[in-house]
Design a protein around this ligand. Structure first.
Ligand code: HBI
Ligand code: FE
Length: 290
């Protein structure tokens, strides 16, 4: 995520918890069409790539093809399934606000949608990244528990000045995580599943390393905010994410104080190496070099 937006002034009509009304009636036909274009493109691509809990969640919430969904309608189903609701926010919110929402099973989703000329990339999470990318996974009980535990851990990490470590855990799981399944690797990370190009790159490209998930290893690994990841971490199950949050992070944070960051493309002898990466994409300058 870009620098903590806390210094940003809350836009008008934003409440103390940074939520706003979705104002669904205010979306233009062009904005609905952007959603439809993105939705159709991803739903053609994702079977066989996205994990079953994601695909089941997409169906369960009936994120209809007819345009930007009504959050209140999503919440009728979502709340019944796992107690989560989606709340509208103007964009990135301060870390403490973000974590407090997650700790209370509220997912803050950008109310705006990208322009038609930004289909493939935008820095700030819009309604397609948040609602199509993140919300379907919140219908899975284990992942729903993990996201709440992450929020609670985030509030603690803020108090300990350890946000940078925890942000890496979010990045390499919630945003860019892969799941091991009997049918092969599948996507659960929102940053991948909402991106056409990265939904292909993350599974098929020989460039990135794909390593077995390990909490301390992830917390020592920097990430890319401007391009495809150079490493993806693979969990054996979504329950493994919940189990990882049960350990005492305090001791881990202390250990991390002395442990140096690892190079983003490192492979350690202790890593569970699923696919070694040639890093050709990154070495050729990545998106800029494409
Ligand atoms: N705000 N709306 C929104 N969405 C995010 O994903 C988000 C945020 N604020 C902070 C943040 N993410 C990250 O800094 C934390 O995940 C660490
Ligand atoms: Fe996100």
């Amino acid at each position: 995520m870009s620098a903590d937006p806390i210094e940003r002034k809350a836009p008008p009509q934003t409440r103390a918890d940074w939520t706003i009304d979705q104002g669904w009636a205010g979306y233009t036909a062009a904005e609905h069409q952007v959603w439809i274009t993105l939705y159709e493109r991803q739903t053609k691509l994702l079977p066989g790539r996205a994990c079953d809990p994601f695909l089941k969640g997409l169906d369960a919430l009936d994120l209809h093809r007819a345009g930007i969904p009504v959050f209140a309608r999503i919440n009728e189903g979502l709340k019944r399934l796992t107690g989560w609701t989606v709340v509208a926010v103007p964009g990135l919110v301060p870390d403490a606000v973000f974590f407090d929402h997650l700790a209370n099973r509220r997912f803050p989703a950008g109310q705006f949608i990208r322009r038609a000329d930004q289909l493939d990339y935008l820095q700030e999470p819009d309604v397609f990244h948040d609602v199509f990318g993140h919300v379907p996974m919140l219908t899975d009980p284990a992942f729903a528990d993990y996201m709440q535990a992450y929020g609670e851990g985030g509030l603690r990490a803020l108090g300990l000045g350890q946000l940078h470590n925890l942000a890496r855990l979010y990045w390499y799981t919630v945003e860019f995580g892969l799941l091991q399944t009997p049918a092969g690797l599948r996507i659960y990370g929102a940053g991948i599943v909402s991106s056409h190009a990265e939904s292909i790159f993350a599974l098929d490209d020989p460039s990135p390393n794909r390593l077995g998930f390990d909490l301390a290893r992830v917390m020592r690994t920097p990430y890319r905010i401007d391009d495809f990841q150079q490493v993806y971490f693979v969990v054996p199950s979504l329950q493994a994410l919940v189990d990882a949050t049960l350990s005492d992070f305090g001791g881990l944070y202390a250990w991390l104080e002395d442990a140096r960051d690892l190079p983003i493309d490192a492979v350690l002898p202790t890593d569970r190496l699923i696919t070694p990466g040639a890093q050709a994409y990154a070495r050729n300058g990545g998106r800029a070099g494409a």
